[in-house]
Design a binder for this molecule. Sequence first.
Ligand code: SF4
Length: 356
Amino acid sequence: MSNKVKLFNKFGIMIVVKCMKHIMNYQRDALINEFLDLSLKKFNANQVFDWLYLKHEYNINNWSNISKEVREIIKNNYDLSFIEIKKKQTDHLTSKYLFRLNDDNLIEAVLMNHDYGLSVCISSQVGCNMGCHFCESGRLKKVRNLETFEMVEQILLIEQDINKRIDSVVIMGIGEPFDNYDNVMNFIRIINDPKGIAIGARHITVSTCGLIPKIERFMEEDMQVNLAISLHAPNNEIRSSIMEVNKVYSIDKLIDTIRKYIARTNRRVTLEYVMLYNINDSLECANMLADLIQGMNVYVNLIPYNETSHLEFKKSPNINAFYDQLKKRKINVTVRREFGGKIDAACGQLRSKEVD
Ligand code: SF4
């Protein structure tokens, strides 16, 4: 809802600025409550959801079943702005979008064409402070969290661009989603609303590098959303050498937390494991990993590394042998199909080219 903020300009004079919350920061119930406070009707909020998320009509002047007076009240109380697509690169299975935010910051999302449907990997922050050494996104430090609407609009703009519905969403682009916890949870609830974008919870995956307190909080949410953990190593020594977060939340504590999460939610967890040549890709590593997760309701997703010119890490040639070893040890394992090698599809690559 609109409110007024007092600021001082460069001459020290106080100015009062009207600060409007973006309309896509609202879950439907919250919007209904605010509309009632503005003496609007509950069905007006449902109409707004309908225009934005089902009809994909973003120009309020075209919301023909809402009276002009009501539209004026909405315009005067809510921000209706859009981020914009600055660049798009496509190969046959993947499209990568570079978005310009309203404050000129840049973020990315990737659209992937799987045999089971269209999925979008979205960003949750501008940059990232988690400092994973192999990651292009983390090379550029966090500037700020994304607001909920900036995540919602990544999906809407891609749906509008391809004129198709998205089937699944992965929050695994630029940023650590659990470092922007409240906005990400709000985003998930908005896109999951059956009267809105209606992406089923089981088709939404949130990925974390292992922020244990937030995983503990997440397990108490009443959501059927999938959890993916970026594990990337079988022991503390290797993990700390490539992921700063392991120095705070060690792998043994992380595995304990994952066990707790599985027991609490009865949901399978995905363990992401990026295959880095000569770092974490030996058969010894595969055996250590199998020992670590034996008997847990997890599956390991082996990720071929996307090399970038800025970082010295190399793609492992040992993925098949590593996969076979895990299989032999009765671990559920898949190899992620490679997407977009030709189009800078490593998370953060397109943005870092623009920002450098
Ligand atoms: S891998 Fe994810 S958590 Fe790690 S630096 Fe990159 S964006 Fe951040």
